[in-house]
Design a protein around this ligand. Structure first.
Ligand SMILES: C[S@@+](CC[C@H](N)C(=O)[O-])C[C@H]1O[C@@H](n2cnc3c(N)ncnc32)[C@H](O)[C@@H]1O
Length: 238
């Protein structure tokens, strides 16, 4: 895999972190979100179905949950890429167990330096991945480059609740409870502190739509989920 070590070193830290929690990732995901992550991925599926994609690329695919969900929209192929071999190994086993290996192929790869030709995919997706990119603009431009003209992007990412009452409650859970439970189950101190910290500084809403437009997407739209805890962003390659 061609993943240059950057001056900031974020990519290496992210890779190590996900390698470290890979074996507990799915369990903690569903526990900490009380299963809501599954509903959010199903919303991505409903939007994807309308797009009728044949070739799908799921970047930062991790253990492949979104790739597996998207298999229900009957594409010809789904490619998932990730920088963490630990996450991919867990994903390959799940795909094998579900007899989806002929449809979904997980391979190592850096979303900010995609090893695919221009104009190759009908749909490019990312769930909780773009927040971890070292260079977000570059990652979004790469996702744009490998899409066919009028091809679609679907990004599911954490955002920020606006209702002040729910915001106080959720912030307590997200900043205090979640890191505690995450640390106890995964035995990994940093990973579940990194989650609320990275969400707190990540662009969302109109600001994120602006970044999509700068990266070459048109008809951009956002769908706020569960009061704004997460948002799905969509757009089309010009
Ligand atoms: C929070 S997980 C999300 C995994 C999966 N998409 C899901 O919905 O559960 C983030 C993933 O992004 C991957 N990642 C971070 N930066 C990446 C990059 N530049 N290229 C590819 N994968 C990356 C990490 O290794 C990790 O598996």
């Amino acid at each position: 895999m061609d993943t240059p070590i950057s001056p900031s070193g974020k990519k290496e830290k992210v890779r190590e972190m996900f390698d470290g929690i890979a074996y507990r990732y799915d369990f903690l995901n569903h526990l900490l979100s009380l299963g809501t992550d599954i509903l959010w991925r199903n919303k991505v599926l409903r939007l994807a179905r309308k797009m009728k994609p044949l070739e799908i690329l799921d970047v930062a695919t991790g253990t492949g949950d979104l790739a597996i969900t998207l298999s229900k929209c009957r594409p010809v192929s789904i490619t998932g890429i990730d920088i963490s071999e630990g996450m991919l190994q867990v994903g390959r086993k799940k795909i094998n167990d579900k007899a989806l290996s002929n449809l979904i192929n997980l391979q190592p790869g850096d979303s900010e330096n995609l090893q695919f030709p221009d104009s190759h995919f009908d749909l490019v997706t990312a769930a909780f991945g773009v927040r971890n990119f070292e260079d977000l603009s570059r990652g979004l431009s790469e996702m744009n480059r490998v899409l066919k003209q009028n091809g679609n992007i679907l990004i599911l990412e954490f955002s920020t609740i606006t209702n002040p009452f729910w915001k106080v409650l959720f912030t307590f859970y997200f900043k205090w409870m979640l890191p505690l439970i995450g640390r106890m189950v995964s035995k990994h101190d940093f990973a579940y502190r990194y989650l609320p910290e990275s969400v707190g500084i990540f662009p969302y809403g109109k600001e994120f739509l602006g970044l999509l437009q700068q990266a070459g997407f048109q008809n951009t739209r956002q769908y706020r989920l569960t009061g704004g805890i997460a948002t799905i962003y969509t757009g089309q390659r010009k």
